[in-house]
Design a protein around this ligand. Sequence first.
Ligand code: MSP
Length: 509
Amino acid sequence: MKPTYYVTTPIYYVNGAPHIGHAYTTIAADVMARWKRLDGCEVFFLTGTDEHGQKVEKAAADAGMAPQEFVDGISAQFQAMTRRMGASNDAFIRTTEPRHIASCAALWQRVADAGDIYLGGYEGWYAVRDEAFYGADELIDGPHGKLAPTGAPVEWVTEPSYFFRLKSWQDRLLAFYHANPDFLAPSSTRNEVLSFVRGGLEDLSISRTSFAWGVPVPGDPAHVMYVWFDALTNYITALGYPATDTDLWRFWPADLHLVGKEIARFHTVFWPAFLMAGGIAPPRRVFANGWLTIEGEKMSKSIGNVIDPMALADELGLDAVRFYLMREVPFGNDGNYSRRALVGRLNGELANDFGNLAQRSLSLLAKNCDGLLPASGPATEDDAALRAMAAALPDMLRARLDRQAIGDAIEDVWKVIRAGNAYIDKQAPWALRKTDFARMESVLRLLADVLRAVATMLQPVMPDAMGRMLDQLGVPTDARMLADLAFPLPAGTHLPPPAGVFPRYVEAA
Ligand code: MSP
């Protein structure tokens, strides 16, 4: 049986259109999903939209629309973004779906039955923008009153509320983190969360009565569930919870929740506590990506620098955008989006490094070998060194990607591409054509094998372009998995006429 792999993105709020920040996490999750499929796993990849809460209720009212109508429209935009980014998600969940309401009610009931929920009264500082409560000691002074540490305005709220006994989970959570050192990464986020939990947890208010756009609390519909209880539950709803005797449920616990660093706390403190209280295993790993700025500035509607990832893909090509986003910033760090850097990588790394290597090799094969893959001849030391570099890649990438070091994995591949270029320059197969035809064939065969390996392993990042490159290398569509690299293509395999995969981009003056 194939190993299973369950990867998720956050479910995105529907109070505004999708932007490049959302696309960033979605693409990274897609790279993980495609990589694991390539490596023989059975994958379930989930994304979706988070549609309840006061913020959405307000946004709908501002737009003069009923909340459901409003969220339908924006969720559709997120679905379009997901498709346009090439995401290979197996499902798209919406928290307004009836199955999700039922799933939340079931989890709530389990947690309540376990004695972890009680009715109390809540007084505190609440930031609608963050959908979060803050302690008085966390607040900062703003020009018009108190602000949350995130800069969001806070208001003093008093209302009856159900509470989750989070305080009583503090020690069990610390023990869980200790026993599962890979549960939370990168280490910057891990340290932040650990010190937050060590600092002492308070019981958590998990219902509200001041607005209605949410999942009703079982048995007390004057309350709606705290949006994070509702939102986090999506990850099990999608696997059919509360039914756990199904085929889908074998994907739980999730292998990877990818999230932005600002929501790591919700995923690594509240979520495992809710689950354990409900008798469900916590996820195996949460990885927090950093924040992208745009040309050095925070992305914001008021600055007017919000980047639409769909328009960018239309203009520069989806594969180039995916490659750039995964390549530019070490995954997990904060980083910057810059158009110059994108075009620079497109031309320098895709068109030059990779495109030229492929183009030179494939056109020599077409011209000199009648478009038929030659056999390998006796290996020289240079041949053996290059072949060994390519052969080492799968294990290196497995190790990198198990830690979500996507940028490092791409760099590993690029080392091989650069070595391929140095090899072709040194061997000069164009000259061998006249002096040693058999050696030329052998050199071109090795280049074809290296290109095949590289293109196979880059499929998760650039599915379209690599598909076209593998077509040109004569690799059958059912032989494009990592495991297939162990089986060389037969000599004499027909190679279709080559066509450039990465055109250079010239910025209009
Ligand atoms: N709805 C909650 C998540 C609930 S998950 C159970 C939420 N939604 S959100 O629309 O605000 O999406 C936030 C996520 O989008 C971030 O966690 C991150 O993954 C991604 N990003 C949004 N802007 C981003 C950047 N500027 N840079 C990088 N990622 C960003 O929070």
